[in-house]
Design a protein around this ligand. Structure first.
Ligand code: ADP
Ligand code: ZN
Ligand code: ZN
Length: 726
C-alpha cells in the first residue's frame, strides 16, 4: 500500500503530495517520519491519502521510517484541500493550523504523575498492627477517596507508611497522564437564568430553522450568551461537540468562567496566551473526546473535534476573525466549511452585525433573529453629546467636557463605576514641530512615534523600536515641539488630579502583557476595587460590569477619519459596543459622547442605537460606490528592503495582472499600482496593486498569477478585503 504524504516544510517547491510505502499502523491522518530529498534526511510529514499503488516505479518510492501519532481527521484533510485551493497557500502551512505548534516541535510532552489507589481485594485490616496508626489512617482515607497522587499521600501519611502499604499490595502505584488546566484559579460561575420570552423564542427559531447560518442581532445586554449556552447544551445532549469563538483575549477568561460553571471539564480553551503545556493538554483533551466544547479566539475554529453539532461565533463583526498573517483565512468562512462537512448550524451573534452579514440575512442567505430588549427590561443607556468645539469656545481645553466631569463626580458619589474609553495608547500620540510641522517618525517604518510617559520613551507601535525623546526637531532644529493628542496614560494622570480619591485602573496593550493581565484588571474592577477604568478597544467588548452606570467616549470621531471604506461601520460598532457597557445591572446607564462633530449622521445613528437606519444608509453608499459587499477588494502587497527590488517585482506582478484586467475590464471597478499608504514598515519598502472586483470567479486566476511568480527579491502576497489597508 502507498501513503500520500505532505512534508512539513512550507515552501511552494515542495507543496506537493509525495508517495511513500506504508508501514504497519499508519493510517489516514498519521504524522510520520520519512526520508526526504537527496540526503534522505528524516523529516515529519502527514498521511493525507492511502492508495493501492503509485504511478512511480516502485524502486523509486521510499518507505515511511516510523509513525509518530495520528493528529488529523478526514475532515482536517478535506479542509486542507479546500483552504489551500481557496487561498492558494501551501498545504503544509494549512495543516499546521490543526495542531499546537509545540507538538510539531516535539518539545512538549504529557505531564505524568504517580498516583496510588486502594486494591480492595488485598485489604486485610487484621494484617496491620494496631500501632501502625499512619497506615490505618491512610487506609481509612483511601476507603473513602480510592485514589490520590503519590506526592499528596506521602505528605499526608508519611513515606514510610505509604511504602509499607504498597509492599503489602494494599495500595497500588500507577503512572498516569494529568492535564494542565489553564486559569486554574478562576472561580467558576454557575448562574442559570430563566429564559426571557425573546430568548426562548430565539432558541426555538434556531432549532426549527432550515438555514445553516443563524444571525442573532441583539442589542447589548439582550442575553445572547444565554442563548449560545442553551444551544450548546442542546448540542451536547445529542452527543455532539461544539466550538465557541470569541473575539480576543480579553473575553476568554470571562466566558470561560460561565462556561466552566455550566459545562465543567467538558470545556477546553485554546488560545495563544496559554503556556505550551496547557495548550497541548487542552488540545489533547479535545482530540481524545474528553472535552466537548472548544472555546477560543480565531484559531480555535481548527479545534480537533469530531461530530460537531454547533459553531457559535460571538461578536461576529469583530475584525480579529480575519487572520492578517500567513496562512490568511477568515474564521467565519472556515466555520461555514466545517458546518457543511458536519451538517451542523453556525450561530453568528452581534449587537452590530457586519454590513456583509446583515445583508446576507436580509436577502435570505442567513436566518435572521432579532432581540430588541435587554433582559429584565433595563432601558438602553441614554447617550448624550458633549460638543467639544463649544467647550473650547467656552474656554475648556481639557480632555474632559464639563458635563463629563460633573457626571463622573455624581457617579463617584453614588459609589457607582465609570468606564472611560479612548482609541489609543501611550501618553500622547505624536511629537510634532510647531515651526515646520514635521512629525517624528520611526526610522524603520513610515509611522509616527508615540510618547510613553512612565518610561519617558518614544515608541514605534509597529516594530517596537524605542527612542529617547527628542529635544530638537530633526528637520529644522527648532525646540518648539508639541505633543499632539493624548493617550490612556495622560487621561489617568489628569483624572487623578480632578478626582484625587478615586481608584483608577488602566487597561491597554501596555498593562496587559502578562498571561493573565486582562483577567487581573477586569477582576479587580468587577469586584468593585476600583472606581474608574480607562482603556482602549479591549474594554469595548463583552465585559459585563453591573455597577457601571457611566461610560465616557473621549474622542468619538477618532475612527471616522481613517481613510478606509469601513470607517463608518467601525465607528458605529465601537460606539454601540462601548455604550453597551453602561447600565447593565439594575441601575440606569448614561453615556457621554465627546465629539467635535455633533451633526455627523453616523454618530447620531449610534446615539439613537438605530442599527437599521445606519445599515440602510451605509448599504446604499456601498452600492453606489461599489465597495464591499458589492465588490471584493484585492490587494497584492510587495515588500522588500531594497526599493529597486520592490519596484521590479511590482512591475512583474503588474504585467501579469494587467492581462487579466484587460480581458475582464467589465468585472473591475478599480485597478492600479501605487506605493502603499505606509510606504515603509520594519525597514521594508511597500508597494501595492489595488483592485476592486465584481466577479469572485476571477479570484483564483489572480491568486495563480501571483503565486506562480518565483522571486527572492521581494515577498508578495494577496489579501482579500483586508481589515487594514495601510
Ligand atoms: P449580550 O451578550 O447580549 O450583550 P449577555 O449575554 O452578556 O448580553 O447578558 C447580559 C446580562 O444579563 C448578563 O449578566 C446575564 O447573566 C444576564 N442574563 C441573561 N439572560 C438572563 C435572563 N434570562 N434572566 C436574567 N438575567 C439574564
Ligand atoms: Zn518602527
Ligand atoms: Zn521642525
Amino acid at each position: 500500500m502507498i501513503a500520500e504524504v505532505i512534508v512539513d516544510i512550507v515552501h511552494s517547491d515542495v507543496d506537493k503530495i509525495f508517495d511513500y510505502i506504508m508501514i504497519e499502523n499508519v493510517q489516514l491522518g498519521s504524522r510520520v517520519k520519512v526520508p526526504f530529498g537527496q540526503g534522505n534526511k528524516l523529516i515529519e510529514g502527514y498521511v493525507i491519502g492511502i492508495k493501492e499503488e503509485s504511478s512511480w516505479p516502485l524502486e523509486k518510492v521510499k518507505k515511511i521510517t516510523s509513525i509518530i501519532d495520528c493528529p488529523l481527521s478526514a475532515e482536517s484533510i478535506y479542509l486542507m484541500h479546500t483552504l489551500s485551493r481557496r487561498y492558494q497557500q501551501p498545504k503544509a502551512s494549512i495543516l499546521r493550523l490543526f495542531l499546537p505548534s509545540e507538538m510539531r516541535r516535539g518539545n512538549v510532552h504529557e505531564k505524568i504523575e504517580q498516583s496510588v489507589y486502594l486494591v480492595e481485594e488485598n485489604l486485610n485490616i487484621a494484617s496491620i498492627s494496631k500501632n501502625a496508626k499512619k497506615q490505618l489512617e491512610a487506609i481509612a482515607y483511601f476507603q473513602l477517596e480510592r485514589r490520590c497522587t503519590l506526592f499528596a499521600a506521602n505528605k499526608k501519611f508519611g513515606n514510610a507508611a505509604i511504602q509499607k502499604l504498597i509492599q503489602k499490595g494494599i495500595l497500588k502505584k500507577v503512572e498516569e497522564q494529568i492535564f494542565r488546566k489553564p486559569y486554574r484559579n478562576l472561580q467558576d460561575k454557575s448562574d442559570t437564568h430563566i429564559l426571557t420570552k425573546e430568548q426562548q423564542e430565539a432558541i426555538e427559531k434556531i432549532q426549527s430553522s432550515e438555514k445553516q447560518v443563524q444571525l442573532i442581532h441583539g442589542v447589548t445586554g439582550s442575553g445572547k450568551t444565554e442563548i449560545y449556552m442553551h444551544a450548546i447544551t442542546n448540542c451536547l445532549q445529542q452527543g455532539k461537540t461544539a466550538i465557541f469563538l470569541v473575539p480576543e483575549i480579553a473575553l476568554t477568561p470571562q466566558m470561560l468562567k460561565s462556561l466552566r460553571g455550566r459545562f465543567q471539564s467538558a470545556v477546553a480553551i485554546l488560545h495563544s496566551r496559554l503556556s505550551a503545556g496547557e495548550r497541548f493538554d487542552e488540545w489533547t483533551r479535545l482530540k481524545e473526546g474528553e472535552a466537548k466544547i472548544a472555546v477560543g479566539a480565531r484559531g480555535a475554529i481548527f479545534a480537533p473535534l469530531e461530530d460537531i453539532g454547533l459553531i457559535v461565533i460571538d461578536e461576529e463583526h469583530d475584525t480579529s476573525y480575519q487572520s492578517e498573517s500567513a496562512p490568511r483565512y477568515n474564521a467565519i468562512q472556515v466555520a461555514k466549511m466545517r458546518a457543511k462537512w458536519n451538517n451542523c448550524k453556525v450561530i453568528l451573534g452581534s449587537a452590530t452585525p457586519s454590513i456583509e452579514s446583515y445583508l446576507f440575512a436580509k436577502n435570505g442567505h442567513y436566518h435572521l433573529i432579532e432581540l430588541h430588549n435587554r433582559v429584565n427590561q433595563q432601558s438602553m443607556p441614554q447617550i448624550l453629546f458633549a460638543d467639544m468645539r463649544q467647550q473650547l469656545r467656552n474656554g475648556n481645553a481639557s480632555i474632559f467636557s464639563d458635563i463629563l466631569q460633573d457626571e463622573i463626580q455624581v457617579c463617584l458619589q453614588k459609589k457607582e463605576q465609570v468606564i472611560l474609553f479612548l482609541n489609543r495608547r501611550g501618553y500622547a500620540q505624536s511629537v510634532q514641530c510647531r515651526q515646520c510641522g514635521y512629525v517624528h517618525t520611526c526610522s524603520h517604518c513610515d509611522v509616527a512615534l508615540t510618547y510613553h510617559r512612565t518610561e519617558n520613551l518614544l515608541k514605534c507601535h509597529f516594530c517596537g523600536s524605542q527612542y529617547t525623546p527628542v529635544q530638537h526637531c530633526v528637520n529644522c532644529n527648532s525646540t518648539s515641539l508639541t505633543y499632539n493628542g493624548y493617550g490612556t496614560q495622560q487621561v489617568v494622570k489628569e483624572l487623578q488630579k480632578l478626582y484625587p480619591n478615586a481608584i483608577i485602573l488602566r487597561m491597554d496593550n501596555d498593562t496587559t502583557n502578562s498571561k493573565e493581565g486582562h483577567l487581573k484588571i477586569t477582576e479587580m474592577f468587577a469586584k468593585g476595587n476600583a472606581d474608574i477604568l480607562v482603556g482602549t478597544q479591549m474594554i469595548a467588548k463583552g465585559h459585563d460590569f453591573p455597577n457601571v452606570t457611566l461610560v465616557g467616549i473621549l474622542n468619538a470621531d477618532q475612527s471616522l477619519y481613517f481613510d478606509d471604506f469601513r470607517s463608518n461601520e467601525r465607528t458605529f460598532q465601537l460606539i454601540m459596543q462601548v455604550a453597551g457597557r453602561s447600565g447593565r445591572g439594575q441601575k440606569e446607564g448614561k453615556v457621554i459622547l465627546q465629539t467635535y462633530n455633533c451633526q455627523n449622521p453616523i454618530l447620531r445613528y449610534a446615539a439613537d442605537g438605530n442599527y437599521k437606519d445606519f445599515f440602510a444608509n451605509e448599504i446604499n453608499l456601498r452600492q453606489a460606490t461599489y465597495y464591499p459587499p458589492y465588490s471584493i477588494i484585492v490587494r497584492v502587497l510587495v515588500r522588500s528592503a531594497e526599493k529597486e527590488n520592490a519596484l521590479d517585482t511590482l512591475k512583474t506582478v503588474y504585467t501579469k495582472l494587467e492581462k487579466i484586467y484587460i480581458e475582464n475590464k467589465k468585472d473591475f471597478v478599480f485597478f492600479h499600482k501605487m506605493i502603499a499608504p505606509v510606504k515603509k514598515l520594519q525597514n521594508k519598502w511597500r508597494y501595492q496593486i489595488l483592485m476592486r472586483l465584481c466577479n469572485k470567479n476571477l479570484l483564483s486566476e489572480i491568486y495563480t498569477a501571483v503565486t506562480t511568480i518565483k522571486t527572492d527579491k521581494a515577498n508578495l502576497y494577496v489579501e482579500e478585503n483586508p481589515n487594514n489597508l495601510q
